[in-house]
Design a protein around this ligand. Structure first.
Ligand code: GLU
Length: 516
């Protein structure tokens, strides 16, 4: 298989693995990007290699305040720490493209001297006009070998004309000559996921490598940096597959060996059609970003997902180890990961399955960890509780937790009396005789042993039997009085944890507040 070839040649050459994650800080990092970072991280760790973080911030127009620190925070939360990057430093820095401008300019000069890159002075208006004319004929406008000599560039103009334009500071870009007349048109590219890809070079356009503002485009900066940073494998999103041929040609033009490429399939919408977008999350109310970005963009973290569950779920959305295994710790993923396991087709994002993974991870968390989280919740609310009480509560609610945000929802009933009583439950369970029964029960509870939940249960059941009271007439109203709705763990366990005094107080308040 083509995937294993990369690994074999790597071992032969005894080349060390260096991969990079290269996000552009143009907004919050989407989980598609997080998954790309994860695959890079796993591949680096698996091969005792380096995981480089490079910030691709050459596009000043698309710069978004806060997006860079979001990338750092998101990777840290996911546990995907880079070995080199803007924060870590390293031998191949700087790791932000905006700080590497002089490198791009010095390199492009070589390609200009060799005639592979030329200056183009066409204005946007001129190109738009031409495009319109060509499209009117039902054709597509491509700036390339067929028409470049008829356009306004350093190949079609005389040296004097070019000199004159430059002397007048005429805005210009640098274009890459993708194909020249008479050259062979066949180009073979290789991708670890897709295999061999045959390209017809004559169909490519002469892409801009340096913009009018003197900044390199993504294509130039990306190739130069991957080369200078000694990147062995480029693992990136499938949206870059159409750029592979151009990148291959730029490597060839420089006389550099291209890295091994692996293009990861897209994360698809829940329906399976199209790429998962920010709007899907907003429309259906599930997170698609690791951390909260603004009030409309709530993160997995803030929604109560555990990073290890998200890592596990994302890893399987475009990769598998060929077996049936579903649960992988980060270390197990590192052991199992290979580029050959990356699937060709996109993974459908299924929020329910993601949540199910989280539930399984919540269930595996040690009780002490949940206690620690609960302590934080209490601290934020200025509530004191001893460890024994907290452990008892966690034992009761742990099986009920799906998300970390369920913790307070499930635990609050042990600390706060109900503020409201659910109407349907009241209508159904709070009968005319209920207040009297509840007050009698409160009297019993005052005198009962509260040593264990079982002791309370035995006492209440015995008392009910002796007084010919149906347990059914007691249990639902008692739960309503203590919790306010028909939810929560075993009602006697609740009594035991909150204690006799709180039970009695809640019953009395329910009797006064519930009117039927
Ligand atoms: N800056 C590009 C992005 O944000 C990087 C693509 C690549 O990895 O080559 O998608």
């Amino acid at each position: 298989m083509s995937g294993s070839l990369g690994v074999v040649s790597l071992q032969k050459a005894n080349m060390s693995v260096r991969v990079r994650f290269a996000p552009s800080p143009t907004g919050p990092l989407h989980i598609g990007g997080v998954r790309t970072a994860l695959y890079n991280f796993l591949f680096a760790k698996k091969n005792q290699g380096d995981f480089v973080l490079r910030i691709e911030d050459t596009d000043q127009k698309r710069f978004v305040e806060g997006a860079e620190s979001y990338i750092y925070d998101a990777l840290a939360w996911m546990g995907l720490s880079p070995t080199e990057g803007p924060l870590q430093g390293g031998a191949y820095g700087p790791y932000k493209q905006s700080e590497r401008k002089r490198l791009y300019i010095s390199h492009i000069k070589k390609l200009v001297a060799e005639g592979r890159v030329y200056m183009a002075f066409d204005t946007n208006e001129e190109l738009a006009e031409l495009r319109k004319e060509v499209e009117a004929k039902g054709e597509v406008f491509i700036y390339n070998w067929k028409n470049r000599l008829g356009l306004k560039n350093s190949l079609s103009l005389t040296a004097d004309e070019v000199e004159h334009l430059l002397g007048n500071n005429t805005p210009h870009v640098y274009r890459f000559m993708a194909h020249a007349e008479g050259e062979t048109t066949a180009l073979l590219c290789e991708d670890q996921v897709r295999g061999k890809i045959h390209i017809d070079k004559s169909l490519l356009d002469d892409k801009v490598l340096v913009k009018q503002d003197g900044m390199p485009t993504y294509h130039l900066a990306n190739v130069i940096d991957d080369h200078l940073m000694n990147i062995s494998h480029v693992i990136r999103g499938e949206e870059w597959l159409p750029s592979l041929a151009l990148h291959q040609l730029i490597y060839d033009a420089f006389g550099w060996k291209a890295p091994i490429f692996a293009h990861v399939p897209l994360i698809l919408k829940t329906t399976g059609k199209g790429k998962l977008s920010k709007r899907d999350g907003e429309a259906f109310g599930f997170p698609v970003f690791p951390l909260t970005w603004d009030e409309k963009t709530i993160g997995f973290k803030e929604s109560g997902y555990l990073p290890e569950a998200l890592v596990n779920y994302l890893a399987l959305l475009g990769w598998n180890d060929g077996g049936e295994k579903e649960f992988f710790s980060l270390n197990e993923l590192i052991d199992a990961f290979s580029l050959t396991g990356i699937t060709k087709s996109g993974g459908r994002f299924d929020p329910e399955r993601c949540t199910w993974f989280n539930q399984q991870y919540m269930a595996q968390l040690p009780a002490a960890t949940i206690v620690a989280h609960l302590k934080n919740e209490l601290l934020a609310r200025d509530i004191n509780a001893d460890n024994q009480k907290l452990s008892a509560i966690v034992q009761l609610i742990h099986p009920r937790l799906v998300l970390l945000t369920d913790l307070w929802k499930e635990a609050s009933l042990f600390f706060e009396r109900p503020q409201t009583f659910e109407e349907n439950a009241v209508n159904k369970h709070w009968k005319e005789e209920t207040p009297k029964l509840m007050l009698r029960l409160a009297e019993l509870l005052k005198l009962s042993s509260f040593d264990t939940a079982e002791a309370i249960a035995t006492e209440v059941k015995g008392w009910a039997a002796n007084n010919e009271i149906r347990m059914g007439a007691l249990m639902a109203p008692l739960r309503l009085a203590l919790v306010g709705e028909m939810k929560g763990p075993d009602v006697f366990a609740i009594c035991h944890v909150i204690g006799a005094a709180a039970c009695v107080a809640r019953i009395n308040l329910a009797v006064t507040e519930i009117s039927v």
